[in-house]
Design a protein. Structure first.
Length: 240
């Protein structure tokens, strides 16, 4: 089956949802968006349908869509038929709960644990929903867009790594603060204090590098300068 056929077939089985096709040319996948209430049913029908046969669970993850909530995506695959589908749904940001796929695909257990700790999405019915990668004392969900990067507020970041952090002095219409980087004047050890900005360099100017002077230990003889060899002009006849 082609991606254009897989999506409508799964929507027909679920009884609701929207079908589409992702980009990627010959690697394109059928995309099926279903409501959260039909998440487990859609995965079960995709696995058990004789035409689809999506019996292999590949991966599951989430995407922070801001105020729109969190998009959860699962990739299912049929090994003998060599086709797959992306099953997607969206949960609200204020209460991110979704039924677990562990009863349909046991391999989803690890993926849901990672998504739980990285985004804070709770998978109801999961047999062992706990952190997978981060230590127990770690607080927060690092893949959320509102997660504060503490290290960026505690000390200056080396180099111009993000948009808006360059000190090259190039003209810009507005200063952009990278996602997750707090304002040092509002958060961190310098909160409430005026932040001094580094002086801008002229475009094309390289920073000066002064060579440090080395102190000579007592008793050490100074280095002798090697005399330069003078070149005599050639005489008549080609002899020097």
């Amino acid at each position: 089956m082609t991606p254009d056929e897989i999506g409508p077939r799964l929507v027909e089985l679920v009884g609701t949802g929207e079908a589409g096709v992702s980009v990627g040319g010959r690697h394109a996948r059928a995309c099926v968006d279903v409501p959260p209430a039909r998440w487990v049913a859609a995965a079960t029908l995709a696995r058990d349908d004789a035409e689809l046969g999506l019996t292999f669970f590949d991966w599951l993850t989430a995407v922070d869509e801001g105020e729109a909530g969190f998009a959860i995506v699962a990739h299912l695959w049929s090994v003998p038929r060599r086709h797959g589908a992306l099953l997607r749904t969206t949960v609200p940001r204020a209460d991110p709960h979704l039924d677990s796929l562990a009863s349909v695909f046991p391999g989803a257990v690890w993926h849901e644990r990672e998504t739980f700790e990285m985004f804070g999405i709770v998978f109801d019915g999961h047999p062992d929903l706990k952190k997978l990668l981060l230590p127990d004392e770690f607080e927060g969900n690092p893949l959320r867009k509102d997660f504060v990067l503490v290290a960026r507020a505690g000390k200056p970041w080396p180099g111009a790594k993000e948009p808006g952090e360059s000190e090259s002095g190039a003209p810009s219409r507005r200063r952009i603060r990278p996602p997750g980087v707090p304002d040092p004047a509002e958060w961190g050890p310098n909160a409430g204090a005026a932040v001094e900005e580094a002086p801008a360099r002229v475009a094309g100017q390289r920073p000066s590098r002064e060579r440090p002077t080395r102190e000579r230990p007592a008793g050490e003889r100074p280095a002798r300068e090697r005399p330069t060899r003078e070149t005599r002009p050639p005489t008549e006849g080609g002899e020097r």
